[in-house]
Design a protein around this ligand. Structure first.
Ligand SMILES: [Zn+2]
Length: 143
């Protein structure tokens, strides 16, 4: 029996930059060109200075675990053999409170700690490449 296809990721003109970035393994986040504030989820106006001069820029891929949960219920047939898995809010290193929702890989729930350092890596998801995060060991290498 063939593997079910993952649920489709809906692209729209305002998030097209994000998916173009993932093809090149770049995590692109909107940034105000006037004051430097990072903006995620993307918006056409800077919340800090109300400038409309916002453009996507690559981030380092470094961050820490801000929050997480473990999912046991498969809400789509694609995930039936993938549960449980970890969903996390990552605080990206570029800016305090710059939060990005993703998956944690290379770790199980009992070992996850709030504030633990993580590093971006890429995972295949159907015809897309998606950003996921893996813990960094105390020696500074990816677990
Ligand atoms: Zn601004």
């Amino acid at each position: 029996m063939s593997q079910p296809a993952p649920p489709p990721i809906i692209e729209d003109p305002f998030t097209l930059y994000f998916w173009e970035g993932t093809k090149a393994h770049q995590l692109l986040i909107m940034r105000c060109q006037s004051c430097g504030t990072w903006i995620h989820l993307p918006k056409p106006v800077c919340r800090n200075c109300q400038s409309m001069d916002v453009k996507p820029e690559p981030v380092s891929g470094k961050g820490t675990v801000y929050s997480f949960t473990e999912t046991y219920k498969a809400f789509h047939p694609y995930f039936v053999d993938k549960v449980p898995y970890l969903i996390a809010v990552i605080e990206l290193a570029e800016h305090p409170h710059l939060h990005f929702q993703s998956n944690l890989v290379g770790i199980t729930e009992p070992d996850v700690k709030f504030g633990m350092p993580v590093q971006l890596e890429w995972a295949e998801f159907g015809d897309k490449t998606i950003p996921v995060f893996r813990p960094v060991t105390s020696e500074g290498t990816v677990a």
